[in-house]
Design a protein around this ligand. Structure first.
Ligand code: UDP
Length: 324
């Protein structure tokens, strides 16, 4: 029988890609999303508009669609906002996860893929970070993701829930123009925005202890990230499965290198301005991907050029979509 997976946050940028990857792997998907940041135009599968806090409705959805397992992405993800509104982040990222786990336990749905983040690490003291690196998040967003991992681990110990927590690194690119990132809080979309306004992008800090003085991040194509969810689901067939995986490329690019790639791909002359460092930005966060490579046989296939190029090509379509 075909498996059906519930994707919470499936109207979002990453969630919509996960839905497509599930379908490509022969599974069916149902989306639940409160549309706080998601866009219904991305959803082409059965859809429930709801807040995950609504335990009864989530339980009803699990039963009605005979859900095999849940990919949980519905969450708030802006670091600066989380510092201003910690209660909102704990409520939406932690309390809502408790509600989801409650509904899953009630309905005996025992497989979960959880969207975690490299933000659980905080300041990293090694060139590449492994999953067993100390987790010392430096903002409420990262804290809520770490608490989420603990909650799931403890529930798994108590109930036999099988899970994989995926620590996303810096997600970019798009698999199709209509699925592009409509958010404007990450580096690549912010550079595009500056260009659209006829301005130069700003680099947050040029004195970091990195080769060119700008921060270094591990960028991962959203298509590769979505495929990692499908690979993680396959690992949940094993009883007692409980995994934490870094999902990145395992290679770092500096902010300046990313902006140079935007210049190359777009054909625009770009002279970024170096501004003040953003408070709480770690200098360098790059994944060690040995664990996911070895355990799931997954590795990233797309490079930075493909990420920037696909995101750039999605621009006009997205902008016209936003205007209508
Ligand atoms: N960044 C920047 N200028 C911008 C946006 C981001 O220099 O307009 C830098 C930011 O300081 C960080 C990197 O780009 O070092 C990635 O930032 P983003 O917010 O995309 O992700 P984060 O790594 O903070 O999760």
């Amino acid at each position: 029988m075909t498996e059906t997976w519930l994707v919470t946050g499936g109207a979002g940028y990453i969630g919509a890609h996960v839905v497509r990857s599930l379908q490509a792997a022969g599974a069916e998907a149902v989306v639940i999303d409160d549309l706080s940041t998601g866009d219904l135009r991305r959803v082409e599968v059965p859809f429930v508009q709801a807040d995950i806090a609504d335990c009864e409705l989530v339980a009803d959805t699990l039963r009605r669609h005979r859900i095999t397992g849940v990919v949980h992405l519905a969450a708030d993800k802006q670091v600066e906002e989380s510092m201003r509104e910690p209660l909102t982040y704990y409520r939406r990222n932690v309390v809502n996860l408790m509600q989801l786990l409650t509904a899953m336990a009630q309905c005996e749905v025992d497989k979960l893929v959880f969207s975690s983040s490299a933000a659980v690490y905080g300041m990293v003291d090694s060139a590449q970070v492994r999953e067993d690196h100390p987790t010392r998040p430096i903002n409420p967003y990262g804290e809520t993701k770490l608490v989420g991992e603990w909650l799931i681990r403890d529930q798994a110990r108590a109930t036999g829930l099988r899970y994989a927590a995926l620590r996303y690194f810096n997600v970019a690119g798009t698999a199709a123009p209509e699925l592009g990132d409509l958010g404007r809080t990450n580096l690549v979309p912010m550079v595009f925005d500056a260009l659209a306004r006829g301005e130069q992008p700003v680099i947050f800090g040029g004195q970091h202890p990195t080769p060119d003085g700008t921060c270094v991040r591990d960028f991962i194509h959203v298509q590769d990230l979505a495929d990692a969810h499908v690979a993680a689901i396959a690992a949940l067939d094993e009883p007692g499965a409980g995994h934490v995986f870094n999902v990145g490329c395992g290679r770092g690019y500096s902010v300046r290198e990313v902006i140079e790639m935007v210049a190359e791909v777009s054909g625009r002359g770009i002279t970024p301005r170096v501004g003040a460092a953003r408070p709480g930005d770690p200098a360098m966060v790059v994944a060690d991907t040995t664990h996911i490579n070895a355990t799931l046989g997954w590795r990233a296939r797309h490079d930075l050029r493909e990420m920037v190029n696909s995101a750039w090509r999605a621009q006009p379509r997205q902008l016209s979509a936003v205007r209508t």
